[in-house]
Design a protein around this ligand. Structure first.
Ligand code: LLP
Length: 392
């Protein structure tokens, strides 16, 4: 590739030019900065941050995050295995999911994981029974469905009564009392998660109010919890990632510091995925063809919904940049699409870009979370490669 790179900010030109497309480009310097900022904001507070492995399970990313001191939030036995291999401590793992299999539960009990986030009474009974058979006690928290609408995309809202997740508030008290009688269960606390890509603090403040009243209610009955897990969900800036490469961790953690009435000896757990890895990843693709139809111009990339499904699945917006076009100013209007045999294989409609030609390199930004890990083999596509660059 002998084109001149115009957007030079975060990209290593040699790496971008010399790597076969499509591939994920990870800026590990930005990842480190993000982890540092998280650790800085929680310093001195009884807060523990777990990384939601589902957002990106690339082994290199996982080991950087484990080194950064975060715990792990899991939703499968497979995630537990990769997280253990990457160096996360079992005692700092929490395991959510409405359908944990017996094998997955046994794996967690075997490793004495920090917490199973239990989503139903049948699951509680199975955990108790399997722990009994293994001669162990399992740490659990109840995942509570707080019925709060986070006003994000309907596919990534998880905390309303409509959703399959968690135990509804009315059923919580009998569940807690029952768990306290089970010999192989150690009830640590309560767990919540209201949704993802939340960009205002209001839903988190509402969550704090709900938690506060639950804690008061249980304390009146002399029931105390050692841990409160408030889930994840902090959003990132998909529109202007260069202005906000780091999410607003300060406001986020301050909201919980100020609004959540956590008690002495209580640890507050967080499960952040997108906010940790979203901005450090970019999908880089080449333009295969530029095609004009009656009233549209299409940029056809060698990456599609198989490499990044978010636009097709959630109508998600990702900033698209032409890294190699001559003249940086937008002056063409294109639909940017992939090569997959699906009409939804579109990254952006009516996207303003510089005049684009075959062979140009295109960056699809903010793709570090729910990008590579949601890629598929549909149309017999190959798994995209990943490269890691340490400095900006
Ligand atoms: N904790 C639980 C229980 C969760 O279900 C999730 C995400 C998280 C934590 C992490 O949420 P985050 O901090 O990343 O918002 N594929 C979708 C997002 C699905 C999120 C599922 N749950 C997307 O691409 O937008």
């Amino acid at each position: 590739m002998d084109k001149t790179l115009l957007y030079q900010h975060a990209f290593d030109k040699d790496v971008v030019r010399s790597t076969a497309t499509p591939f994920y480009y990870y800026d590990t310097a930005l990842l480190h900065e993000t982890l540092q900022e998280v650790n800085h904001q929680i310093h001195g507070l009884p807060f523990q941050v777990h990384y939601a492995v589902k957002a990106n399970n690339n082994p290199r990313i996982l080991s950087e995050i484990a080194k950064g001191g975060l715990g792990a939030d899991l939703v499968s036995g497979g995630e537990m295995e990769v997280a253990l291999a990457a160096g996360f401590k079992a005692q700092e793992m929490s395991f959510s999911g409405v359908g944990k299999s017996d094998q997955e539960i046994m794996l967690g009990i075997q490793h004495d994981i920090g917490c199973f986030n239990v989503e139903s009474i049948p699951e509680l009974e199975v955990i108790n029974q399997l722990a009994c058979e293994m001669g162990k006690t399992a740490n659990i928290a109840f995942r509570v469905n707080p019925d709060i609408d986070a006003h994000t995309h309907k596919y990534i809202t998880t905390g309303t009564a409509e959703n399959k997740f968690g135990i509804c508030i009315e059923a919580l008290e009998p569940a807690v009392k029952h768990a306290l009688t089970l010999p192989h269960i150690h009830l640590r606390g309560l767990h919540f998660h209201i949704g993802s890509q939340i960009t205002t603090m209001r839903p988190f403040a509402m969550l704090c109010d709900t938690i506060n009243s639950l804690l008061d209610k249980f304390e009146q009955q002399n029931i105390h919890f050692e841990s409160i897990n408030v889930g994840g969900g902090l959003g990132i800036d998909y529109t202007d990632p260069d202005s906000h490469p780091l999410p607003d961790f300060k406001s986020y953690f301050n909201t919980f510091k100020e609004k959540l009435h956590y008690r002495p000896n209580q640890l507050v757990h967080f499960e952040l995925g997108r906010a940790i890895v979203g901005e450090c990843g970019t999908l880089i693709a080449s333009v295969i063809y530029v095609k004009e139809s009656r009233n549209k111009k299409f940029i056809i990339l060698d990456a599609g919904m198989t490499e990044l499904i978010r636009p097709a699945l959630y109508d998600a917006h990702h900033l698209i940049q032409n890294l190699t076009a001559q003249g940086g100013e937008p002056c063409g209007v294109y639909d940017v699409v992939g090569p997959i045999c699906e009409s939804s294989d579109v990254f952006c409609r009516d996207c303003k870009l510089p005049i684009t030609r075959r062979g140009d390199l295109i960056a699809i930004r903010s793709a570090g979370a729910y990008g590579e890990c949601m890629s598929s083999r549909y149309n017999m596509r190959r798994q995209p490669a990943s490269v890691f660059v340490g400095s900006k």
